[in-house]
Design a protein around this ligand. Sequence first.
Ligand code: 4NP
Length: 161
Amino acid sequence: MDLFNKTSILFVCLGNICRSPAAEGILKQKAEQRRISDKLFIDSAGIGSWHVGQLPDSRMRQCGKQNGYDFSSRARQFNKKDFELFDYIIVMDEENYHDVKLRCPDRQLMQKVHYIKEYFNKYKKENIVPDPYYGDMADFQFVINLLEDACEGILNDLLTH
Ligand code: 4NP
């Protein structure tokens, strides 16, 4: 609890145009449905700066729309201040974890960093949310399926702790 007494959650992926903005949009919608959105501050960021200021990838937006979501955040780059601002920093894969660790100013703060797989329920056998950037629409849909599962897990965790 820090940002205005809210629990703050940051999703991190490589580009902040596919996976993490989708996670942000899905968690925001699910939090609203459970009427706890006023208790949460939800954001996303990317390791790289290539897409800063851009809307999510058009394929991700289209796939989101087909699943009832509006992914319309603007990409920003992850930076070390995020370690202070956020309670939970949730990464999609090992590469994200490694890149976040490289930017971490204090080892203790790595306790805030979680792999998204920790929150899987239906998809417990999966280890990562794979980068769909060079994939097809089925890959984007799989990302949404995984993120929906994880976001349910995140909310269940927050509500029971
Ligand atoms: P994301 O996907 O990390 O899920 O946003 C990517 C988007 C762009 C690039 C890589 C991954 N890129 O290399 O531009």
